[in-house]
Write a protein that binds this ligand. Sequence first.
Ligand code: PBG
Length: 328
Amino acid sequence: MKLTQRPRRNRKSEAMRQMVAETELRPSQLVLPLFLVEGICEKQAIDSMPGIFRLSPDLVLKEISRALLLGVKTFDIFPALSDSKKDSVGTESMNKNGLVPTTLKMIRDKFPEVTLITDVALDPYSSDGHDGVVRNGRIMNDETVEILAKMSVLHAQCGADVVSPSDMMDGRVGAIREALDQEGFTDTSILSYSAKYASSFYGPFREALDSAPKFGDKKTYQMDFRNVREALREVELDVSEGADIVMVKPALSYLDIIAKVKAHTYIPVAAYNVSGEYSLIKMGAKAGLIDETRAMVETLYSIRRAGADIIFTYFALPMAQWLNENRY
Ligand code: PBG
């Protein structure tokens, strides 16, 4: 054949492929979610998430040391609480001596250099398993926002660098910004779950925290997967209310949303490679269907390629290790 253009020439060796690669990923762009439980030396396997554990605060510190050696410097913490700590208004979320505040302080003391993110939503604390206060079967927006603002201030007081509202109530970013500023926390950042879809892929996470909704679903606050422009509207609102970083969640079925959000905003874009996306790869590999490492690498690069600057992922440590070993 007489071909002037032979794209394969640029793929002829590993060195050539590395030279022309368009997408780069660093361990410092990965965020490791951590599930907390009370206790000492407590490490509970989560059946729905192979390789992920609920850890007591002392073991969380060890996990963070391990992550730092690999170049992962950002952590997002989620409490797994017993039912006795849950009620319909999430009272425990404002307990200064609760699991999140005390663990935050411990981490802050030991690792002043890491970036600590906290999840701001009521579901781990709610006896209804919803992200907001429930009255007569309805999720109350404004009442919830007031609690979220207080929770954010508490997290900031205990050393959070970034608070991360994952609840999808209207107006929460503005209310949190105002509350933080009023208390002098002008340097505390807000990473908003701006476009969070009502997704089947959160299943394993809800098992991890035992936080599945007790009735109904989350569709009156989380978004409909058929919508794109609505995501951009949510992002615009959050930016105007003072968000520092916006997030799209889940990641894989929403790569188009990540790309569009990236094009529409000038603040960093995060994506959450959620529990179901993680566990499907783990289980698929266990069943012999796919190669776990290659599927992990391809998946995380696809999220980065779509435009995510930051990726929350349960694969943070193995991926960081892979990146260090392969110097990609
Ligand atoms: C809830 C919250 C959820 C996740 C993070 N924060 C679940 C939900 O909305 O039900 C899911 C994370 C994952 O699936 O990995 N505020």
